[in-house]
Design a protein around this ligand. Structure first.
Ligand code: ADP
Ligand code: MG
Ligand code: MG
Ligand code: MG
Ligand code: MG
Ligand code: MG
Length: 689
């Protein structure tokens, strides 16, 4: 989540009076930033991950696995430990940081300082993640464990799912039928965000996930766990008045979405243009990685017919009014808005010639006055539109103490809007008074149960990001197709049985595939030597600052509809036809341009191998594994219900598989958990709970 201010948050009725003020000064702050850093050039590759955890508390007598609500105490302890470590001459750069998150049972960790592009840094990611997990694990109670799990199966289910127990009747911010107030981080920002989304929207959020219909699921399924007749809060009748759909899992609060865990990566770019290219190139990759990392098939005690968290979070913070959602004619509000403020990216922003206007085929409402102000300041149309689109949203949390800011030295108002536009990618301008450059954040992936997997996906994406720059790859397809892929990615078993729109030829005009033996492309442009071929001196590190491709004399200008087709996930990763070597083929070709020692290459290969085996179906996604776990549990009644007992056993299994005690060859490669396999050698993973 964004920065945590200390102060007095305003209710929605008060905060909305300052919406234009926050927007106006937010843009002023952005313009100061722009003037300061628009010509900044030459920032090195720095990058880092964010890993989120749930702290689970085991009650072995009751056979219950619950969410531990001790975030405040745990974070206080961890920050003390971290301070002691820095006094103890442990290399400061390696001391991780722990952050609060929305759920009072959640933790987030990041490396103490960003990784550089060095190969040793790349190889240290897994050990770094393990170290962070070990630190957290060591400072919990003996019956508590930090798990990297996307959605807690019994969050909001009947019975006791938190430690300690609280009743949902007191949920004064969300008015939820299912989640108590105490599920939310107590810092004023979070309850206020929750209440202000509900108030602005004019009703509770309403999320309906299709239920996984099993052999003995009652039909039609009218959920017996919804307190249909409750009347404590004015919104209580919403469920029976149509908000809760039959044959669906209904959820009514921000906590169901923002209480999920994910894996995010941030990359620094050479300059603003390179950041814009990177942002665009990773947009079509977002849904594909969501499908491949799918890890959330269970919600509010039921198996769902989806495998991913995305639509739940999108729905959980959807503050749009009925007018903005197009259900009523516009009267109070300015815009009809097609999507939640948490959703996939709406607009490609690179000013590179390969970004054809036809790719931006979504309806993108934007604030005309802000757009004009940005244009008048000399900012180009695409970037101006990007910002003016983010700024159609209202600020949700305004603190009375920070309404007036120094727009030169602060970016708080800008960040207020920017950081509550939660999209698959985030384009991050350099903050004031800091050495940090232009960055791009990749946000679609679900967190994996082991750090081997989390490291594998982090390493894969950073290598792909370098292949994109080094080979000038072109992943563009109409952004409406990316949205369609986002929907497809979340369907049950999408990684195996889904098809996704992807670009047929990702190489610059005239270039052949980077595998030397492949046939050259035909057409009017003659094949050009691949720029990363053996004739070049091999690089010793991953880097930034690759020149963009000059516009060639012959640009194919056919209809963009011919540029893409539907592919399976296996084809997207392993290749299809002559123009597309697959994302893994591209990463392998990029690795060939690096000077990597054989033993280091083995470690990288183990990560790429995981990605390949997921993509070709040799290994299951976590979602498939979890679904199978539930369906083969002796207590499962084939009625879609994931009981307290099944959840308890699942949580125990998750912990044991993470520690390498439980072998799950259908999910993890054989080598996982063997004492000498990667990252396990240093013993940090062998910690007992
Ligand atoms: P947020 O929650 O706003 O997305 P965090 O501060 O939690 O961001 O995480 C940011 C990530 O970016 C961390 O992994 C951090 O190591 C990394 N990072 C920090 N500085 C840089 C930088 N200059 N360039 C790229 N990444 C950075
Ligand atoms: Mg986070
Ligand atoms: Mg965050
Ligand atoms: Mg942060
Ligand atoms: Mg963070
Ligand atoms: Mg983040």
């Amino acid at each position: 989540m964004g920065l945590l201010y200390l102060g007095t948050p305003l209710t929605w009725e008060e905060a909305k009076k300052y919406a234009d003020h926050v927007r106006y000064h937010g843009i002023t702050q952005f313009l100061h930033t722009w003037d300061r850093v628009k010509d900044r050039y030459g920032d090195e590759l720095l990058w880092g991950d964010e890993v989120e955890y749930m702290v689970v508390s085991f009650d072995n007598e009751e056979k219950n696995a619950k969410l531990s609500l001790r975030q405040t105490e745990i974070l206080a302890k961890l920050s003390k430990i971290v301070n002691d470590l820095s006094d103890d001459a442990v290399e400061t750069a390696s001391i991780p940081t722990f952050h609060p998150e929305y759920g009072r049972y959640m933790l987030e960790s990041t490396p103490g300082s960003p990784y550089t592009g060095s190969i040793p840094d790349l190889l240290s990611v897994e050990a770094n993640m393990r170290y962070r997990r070990t630190l957290a694990r060591k400072h919990l109670k003996p019956n508590e464990i930090p798990i990297t799990f996307t959605s807690f199966p019994r969050l909001g289910a009947p019975g006791v799912f938190t430690e300690p127990y609280f009743k949902p009747e007191n949920a004064k911010s969300s008015h939820s039928l299912f989640l108590p107030e105490e599920i939310t981080n107590p810092h004023a920002r979070f309850p206020t965000l929750t209440a202000n989304i509900r108030t602005r929207r004019g009703s509770k959020v309403a999320i309906n996930l299709p239920l996984f219909i099993d052999e003995r699921t009652p039909r039609p399924f009218v959920d017996p766990t919804i307190p249909w007749q409750r009347s404590i809060y004015p919104e209580d009748p919403e469920a029976k008045n149509g908000a809760a759909l039959i044959d669906h899992i209904y959820m009514d609060a921000m906590g169901f979405g923002m209480g999920c865990c994910c894996l995010q990566l941030t990359f620094q770019s050479c300059n603003v243009e390179e950041a814009r290219r990177m942002y665009d190139a990773l947009i079509p990759v977002g849904p594909i990685m969501l499908a491949l990392t799918a890890a959330s098939p269970i919600w509010r005690g039921y198996l769902a017919d989806v495998d991913c968290r995305w639509n739940v979070i999108a729905g959980s913070v959807d503050d749009r009014t009925a007018e903005e959602r197009g259900l009523k004619p516009l009267k109070e509000n300015k815009f009809q808005i097609p999507k939640s403020r948490y959703d996939s990216v709406d607009l490609y922003i690179s000013s590179d010639w390969i970004n054809k206007p036809a790719y931006n085929d979504n309806v993108v409402p934007y604030d005309e006055a802000i757009y004009k102000r940005l244009l008048d300041h000399g900012i180009d149309e695409l970037l101006s539109k990007h910002i003016a689109h983010l700024f159609i949203r209202d600020p949700l949390v305004v603190f009375s103490e920070t309404i007036n800011q120094d727009d030169v030295s602060s970016n708080d108002h800008f960040e207020n809007i920017q950081s509550t536009n939660w999209q698959t990618l985030r384009f991050k301008p350099p903050p004031p008074n800091s050495p940090i450059g232009w960055r791009v954040e990749f946000r679609s992936m679900e967190v994996q149960m082991t750090d081997f997997e989390n490291a594998a996906f982090a390493v894969f994406i950073v290598l792909l990001s370098r292949a994109i720059l080094a080979f000038n790859l072109n992943f563009y397809l109409p952004i409406s197709k990316v949205d369609e892929n986002m929907g497809r990615a979340q369907k049950r078993d999408a990684a195996r049985s889904g098809k996704f729109y992807f670009r047929k030829n990702v190489l610059p005009p005239g270039h052949t595939t980077p595998t030397p033996s492949s046939p050259s492309s035909s057409g009017s442009c003659s094949p050009v030597e691949w720029s990363g071929s053996e004739t070049l001196v091999k690089e010793k590190k991953l880097r930034n600052c690759f020149p963009p491709l000059a516009r060639p004399p012959c640009v194919e200008n056919g209809p963009v509809e011919d540029e893409y087709e539907e592919m399976t996930v296996e084809e997207i990763f392993c290749g299809k036809g002559t123009g597309f070597p697959g994302l893994l083929g591209l990463v392998e070709a990029y690795l060939d341009t690096l000077d990597v020692e054989a033993s280091d290459k083995l470690q990288i290969d183990s990560y790429l191998d995981l990605v390949r085996k997921r993509a070709n179906g040799t290994l299951q996604t976590p979602a498939t594994w979890m679904r199978n776990f539930v369906r083969s549990h002796p207590a499962y009644k084939f009625d879609s219900v994931v009981s307290q007992e099944i959840n308890y056993d699942l949580m125990l299994a998750v912990d044991q598989l993470e520690r390498g005690i439980l072998r799950v060859p259908e999910l993890l490669p054989d080598s996982y958990g063997h004492p000498l396999s990667n990252g396990m050698a240093n013993g940090t993973a062998k910690q007992q709970p």
